[in-house]
Design a protein around this ligand. Structure first.
Ligand code: C2E
Ligand code: CA
Ligand code: CA
Ligand code: CA
Length: 276
């Protein structure tokens, strides 16, 4: 173990050096995790009022030494190091294969949504990676939705649009994640064709406390209706939020109120319970 103190006899390490060493450890651990198959996807149901679950969002997890880790602590490093490119390709293949298996099994879901980072979108072969995942799984493109954050696309809107054009023409849907939290939500919509807006959970969370959130959600809903876009509210945690959203005109949502992200093996049972 490294001693960070300055006592004689010990090598001293600056906080920066320690942080760098930890990052290197984590980077190597991420590489090994991909090679060893330690990543898995959990799936959070997306609910439409009066219909039940219509889709699922695939969310990355890392099973490490018996523990299951959410992506928050490692996704930024995966993006910085570029490891998100092979990890993201695995996510696309796995989500498409799982969804195809569910369809073959008779599950009546319309689509699976997959999160895509800026780094992946910037790869020249991104469209081929997506189409390859669909083809291998035997899944129609309309069954796949790609979730992109504003920050992932604003840096290169023409590039992102170009990368997505072929996929959208084939029926793949594009969702803007965390919508409303960026600096340029409105101008982005003018410059980039998308199919779905995901209302960020910060607006849903403050729905009851802050009149402002209601105003923002009203505007986003009006915008979606005018532009003919689908809408999904995220982070719905209780019945009051769900009722308020439906009253405002947003009939599709996901969140702990309905279900947390579930291991693939639990999705079928959850759907059976929620519909039966
Ligand atoms: P996100 O795309 O905005 O995903 C929603 C996050 O909110 C998920 O966290 C989900 O578990 C959590 N969540 C769902 N319902 C509720 C709720 O009712 N209340 C609250 N407080 N939270 C809720 P998670 O799974 O930890 O993922 C965090 C972020 O990591 C995601 O945010 C996404 O940006 C990123 N991410 C996850 N999987 C992938 C992936 O496969 N590829 C990439 N590039 N990013 C991913
Ligand atoms: Ca998402
Ligand atoms: Ca989100
Ligand atoms: Ca987010």
């Amino acid at each position: 173990r490294v001693k960070a103190g300055g006592r004689s006899g010990y090598q001293t390490f600056s906080p920066e050096m320690l942080a760098a060493a930890r990052e290197l450890d984590l980077e190597q651990a991420l590489r090994a995790a991909l090679a060893r198959g330690e990543f898995e996807l959990h799936y959070q149901p997306q609910i439409r009022a009066g219909r039940g679950a219509v889709g699922v969002e695939a969310l990355l997890r890392w099973r490490r030494g018996g523990e299951l880790h959410p992506p928050g602590p490692f996704i930024a490093l995966a993006e910085d190091t570029g490891l998100i490119v092979p990890i993201g390709a695995w996510v696309l293949r796995e989500a498409c294969a799982q969804f195809a298996a569910w369809r073959a099994d008779g599950l009546e879901l319309e689509r699976v949504a997959v999160n895509v980072s800026a780094r992946q979108l910037g790869e020249p072969d991104f469209p081929e990676v997506v189409l390859g995942a669909l083809r291998t799984a035997g899944l129609p493109p309309r069954c796949l939705e790609l979730e992109l954050t504003e920050s992932a696309v604003v840096r290169d809107v023409p590039g992102a649009t170009r990368q997505l054009a072929q996929l959208r023409a084939l029926g793949v849907r594009v969702a803007l994640d965390d919508f409303g939290t960026g600096q340029s939500s409105l101008s982005l919509l003018r410059r980039m064709p998308v199919d779905v807006l995901k209302i960020d959970r910060s607006f849903v969370a403050s729905l009851e406390a802050e009149g402002e959130s209601v105003a923002v959600i009203r505007v986003v809903i009006a915008l979606a209706q005018t532009l003919g876009l689908d809408l999904i509210a995220e982070g719905v945690e209780n019945a009051r939020q769900w009722e308020a959203l439906r009253d405002l005109g947003c009939p599709t949502a996901q969140g702990y109120f309905f279900a947390a992200p579930l291991p693939a093996a639990e999705v079928r049972a959850w759907l059976g319970r929620s519909q039966g």
